[in-house]
Design a protein around this ligand. Sequence first.
Ligand code: KG4
Ligand code: ZN
Length: 354
Amino acid sequence: MSLTILGIESSCDDTAAAILRGTGQGAQILSNVVSSQTDLHAAYGGVVPEIAARAHAETLDLMVEQAVAQAGVTLTDLDAIAVTAGPGLIGGVLSGVMAAKGLAFGLGKPLIGVNHLAGHALTPRLTDGIEFPYLLLLVSGGHCQFLRVDGPEAFTRLGGTIDDAPGEAFDKVARLLGLPQPGGPSVEAAAKYGDATRFPLPRPLLDRPGCDLSFSGLKTAVLRTRDALVADQGGLTEQDRGDLCASFQMALADVLAEKSRRALDMSDVTAFAVAGGVAANGTLRARLETITDLPFVAPPLALCTDNAAMIAYAGLLAFEAGRTDDMTLSARPRWPLDQAAAPMIGSGKKGAKA
Ligand code: KG4
Ligand code: ZN
């Protein structure tokens, strides 16, 4: 039986809607629209939660309308409505949950609250149909963890960051070097003309067993290197910026590759996948591909960064398994995927969301 699901995503700074058709075997993305708020936050050097929440509330209707129109369906064709119910910036998550509840109630359709991280974590299955169990490296602006994925709602955390997420580090490095936000794409672009061997930056926690990670020392090392260059030369040249970006990106890729190797040793899985915004990074993807003989999946760029197709897919799998929510569904700022794992000490400067 085929199922048509609307997905809604509004947990950070992207307002997104998508229509997915589940066929029982896999799923087909009928439409996937995203409205980015990057311009609204540009002047502030980061996402301002109040501005984000208001923009989501204003844009959600339009995104849903566009998703439905582009998919060539009508709202009455929907079998269920899936929405990100956390973790994320609470105002944005609330905007999405309220919009979804309104639609579900008005149309008399089932409502499914989805964990945003489950959306990222299941994307490699949506795009490549990989079988469970697989090892997932989730790397985004707020998260960094190794998860063994055993099923649509069965995740075991093997390790993760004890401080910042890699996306935060990319964004911070961009700010330090005067490059535009979001930092990942601009640091990656500058690194293309840089020499990755010029600055010997630290590879944090490699001396510690296991697959926990840390990025705050790496960020500080970039700050020190920049300050030393400015003190010496009075400023930074384009080449300095490129070299520093390339050296930073290489240090980050080295650490993630080595820790992924260890996580693979610990996890007894049949495939390795990477997901989340930072998985859009070409250098990182190329490095990760080399560390295992198992099938390696890195979803297309548009499905690595925040989108609603992944939310619709996680909703579809939950719906197929018989799970729905009612009007008491609440928005959760924190919602770890592995509920049994202890919180990571200090994980994520934006709050220990997972
Ligand atoms: O998953 P995502 O869209 O949002 C959440 O954090 O949930 O990830 C956003 C993060 C930002 O920090 C952004 O700088 C980073 O992903 N990012 C990248 C690249 N594209 C986006 N980082 C490195 N290289 C990229 N090409
Ligand atoms: Zn995300």
